[in-house]
Design a protein around this ligand. Structure first.
Ligand code: SF4
Length: 439
């Protein structure tokens, strides 16, 4: 049986695509391995939305070419955003591969392997406990700094039935947490059903699974979302908000149709939901035209955000092909951007310390990813705080824990003797509510 190895770069959305590719290999009678040396074909699924991602993908591509050239008969398939972004200009010699797949070209892979059809299910590649389910691909927003709409095309939501079927397969194969992902999840609709109704249905159908919603664009923030967090204990009270900035002038220039008022309203809704909700915010520092007053506005906004748990600050990347790149604008000097990033780092540290004080008060539910490590309700796996257990636990189970020590967002925790078999209801003692904290 021929064997394929799939290597994924970039975010969870790419992991989903890799698992869909794996499903196609399996249907075509291939084995899928994580060892390139024993494989006949290597599929490299790339990311290329900003310069560092392009560099990482090109580096991986050159290594993959070396892998292929070391043995006659090996085949290399290049997929994802790198060919999506550079397919036309020939840069990087991408055409030397055996097959080049643009984003979403599943049927071409099927044809190449001698079968037919599009994706036929996600084959888990990196364990079965944490899974990601893509509810849409592409983006109709036109942020002035972003390459993604030109790489991935217009917004295309998955059908509700497809999402439910894939969720069922994931639960069946042992998923303990499923993250819903898209470029802009808040835009998802199928007929009269929106994201909140979808998450409600998923969480109600599979109550023992933790559900986490990624990428909620502030302009399309569903106001019922905090209520869903309060109603469904197994929808994680974790808000992934790409804030990017708070200054109205900057947001207008970025092509993001909201202002500070909208952001404040979201925080008010979060604060009034009656439970702790963790905000994960991403922001851009050093955007062209960002004056001192704009930056002060951003710092003031973030410092006043009680929910802020995790702050991720990126420098502005000037990407070819974007509207911002075409503007003859004054760029922010690198040392100014570096200084602003350090200030944002301090705000992030203060937010983590405030949350440490809050989490130290009561039990925290932690999902075990391995026998020694996991993540809590208020942290997404891989990107936020990580928990280390003080004793061995069973991977895939949720434990009610006492937090012994904090290091930034990371924690050392002592689990109660037994895992929680079923997600408790919000009224259970292990649910961390505002009244508990205040009391
Ligand atoms: S919402 Fe904006 S930043 Fe996000 S993928 Fe779409 S265009 Fe890019």
């Amino acid at each position: 049986m021929p064997t394929a190895c799939i290597r994924t770069l970039g975010c969870p959305k790419n992991s989903v695509e890799s698992e869909l590719f794996a499903g196609i290999f399996s249907r075509a009678g291939w084995a899928v391995s994580d060892d390139p040396e024993s494989s006949d074909l290597l599929l490299l699924n790339t990311c290329a939305f900003i310069a560092p991602a392009v560099e990482e993908s090109l580096e991986a591509f050159y290594q993959a070419e070396e892998w292929r050239n070391r043995r006659v008969g090996r085949r290399l398939v290049l997929a994802g955003c790198l060919p999506g972004r550079f397919r036309d200009d020939g840069s990087g010699g991408l055409e030397s591969v055996d097959l080049l797949l643009l984003p979403g070209e599943f049927s071409r892979l099927s044809g190449y392997l001698g079968t037919q059809g599009g994706p036929c299910g996600q084959l888990p590649l990196e364990g079965r406990i944490l899974r990601y389910l893509r509810i849409a691909d592409g983006c109709d927003n036109r942020c002035a700094y972003c390459t993604i709409p030109s790489i991935r095309g217009p917004f295309r939501p998955e059908r509700r039935e497809t999402i439910l079927a894939r969720a069922g397969e994931m639960v069946e194969s042992g998923a303990s947490e499923i993250g819903l992902v898209a470029q802009d999840s808040s835009m998802w609709r199928d007929g009269g059903t929106g994201l909140v109704q979808l998450a409600d249905e998923l969480a109600g159908t599979w109550e023992s699974v933790w559900w986490r919603l990624y990428y909620i664009h502030p302009a399309h923030f569903p106001e019922e979302l905090p209520g869903l967090f309060a109603r469904r204990h197994n929808v994680m009270p974790w808000l992934d908000l790409p804030v990017q900035h708070s200054s109205g002038d900057l947001l207008r220039r970025m092509g993001r149709p909201y202002g500070r008022e909208k952001l404040e309203r979201i925080l008010d809704l979060v604060d009034s939901a009656g439970l702790d909700i963790a905000l994960r915010a991403t922001v851009i520092a050093g955007y062209p035209g960002e004056g001192d007053a704009d930056f002060d506005d951003l710092c003031e906004f973030l410092s006043g955000a009680r929910a802020l748990r995790s702050l991720v600050a990126f420098p502005y990347y000037d990407e070819e092909g974007t509207l911002e790149h075409s503007r003859a604008a004054s760029r922010i000097p690198g040392d100014v951007t570096a200084y602003r990033l350090s200030v944002l780092g301090s705000i992030g540290d203060a937010a983590a310390a405030a949350w440490a004080a809050r989490l130290g008060l009561g039990p925290l539910e932690v999902l075990a990813e391995t026998s020694r490590t996991g993540h809590g309700r208020f942290d997404a796996p891989a990107v936020d705080g990580r928990c280390t257990f003080s004793r061995r636990v069973t991977p895939g189970k949720v434990y009610s824990c006492r937090v012994d020590e904090f290091t930034g967002l990371d924690m050392t925790v002592t689990p109660a003797p037994r895992g929680i078999d079923r997600a408790p209801r919000p009224s259970d003692a292990s649910c961390q509510t505002r009244s508990k904290e205040d009391g």
